[in-house]
Write a protein that binds this ligand. Structure first.
Ligand SMILES: [Zn+2]
Ligand SMILES: [Zn+2]
Length: 231
């Protein structure tokens, strides 16, 4: 595969999509939308994919408002990831990306309105999606057909007219840099826990799992409070 950074600079959509497929597992419409939205935001903000420096000092942040396939397209293209703390997840449930520079907090927000995409799906694709994914009723053959259609649609979505994307300049409220915390040892399982996450019972530290506390988790539907987590 060609160098990803170069492909992004040269806007070689198909090369970027191959990288995204490796990361995401499949090619689909919203993965492509994540890639395209990122490229638009990066161009507007005149920034490249995160390099060594930016990924360490979190100087560019990608704020996504959905944890769907879209978010993986954003991570691959911008280099702002879950693990380098440059990806911020706001649980608003919208297909939107805001790319912002730490410092002046000037950013670009790209919003995708699903209704505008309707005419760009191949015939039958949406109905098949409803059956196979939403209702989980697809036969193996229908599943194969959908992945083929979905990949086709993803490739097509990379080249959507720019007018589909709502782009605006924004001023973002500052977000703190990832703090480094001390660790404490859970009195029950013996594992180390970031100090602010520990729960104290009778003066002794416990992890939330051992303490039986509810834990916030990002699952398919977004951020939820999970009760009684067993690991
Ligand atoms: Zn996907
Ligand atoms: Zn524990």
């Amino acid at each position: 595969m060609e160098n990803l950074n170069l492909a992004i600079k040269e806007k070689k959509f198909d090369v970027i999509l191959e990288y995204a497929k490796v990361f995401h597992g499949h090619i689909c419409p919203y993965l492509a939308l994540g890639i395209r939205s990122s490229l638009i935001a990066m161009e507007e903000l005149s920034v490249n994919r995160l390099g060594l420096e930016e990924s360490v000092d979190e100087s560019i942040l990608a704020i996504v408002e959905t944890n769907s396939c879209f978010a993986d397209g954003v991570q691959v293209t911008t280099g702002c990831t879950f693990g380098n703390n440059s990806l911020i997840f706001l649980d608003t449930g919208k297909t939107a990306l805001t790319l912002v520079k730490r410092g002046n907090w000037e950013g670009v927000r790209v919003y995708v309105d699903a209704e505008k995409l309707k005419d760009y799906y191949p015939p039958g694709a949406i109905e098949l999606f409803e059956k196979v994914i939403k209702r989980r009723e697809g036969t193996p053959e229908e599943k194969r057909k959908l992945s083929k259609l979905w990949e086709e649609t993803g490739r097509k979505f990379l080249y959507l007219p720019k007018e589909i994307f709502e782009v605006k300049k924004v001023k973002v409220s500052p977000i703190e840099q990832a703090p480094i915390f001390e660790s404490v040892r859970c009195s029950r399982c013996g594992e180390l826990v970031m100090a602010p996450k520990a729960v104290y019972i009778n003066g002794k530290p416990f992890c939330k799992v051992c303490a039986g506390k509810e834990i916030l988790g990002v699952i398919g539907r977004g951020i939820v409070e999970l009760e009684e987590v067993k690991l």
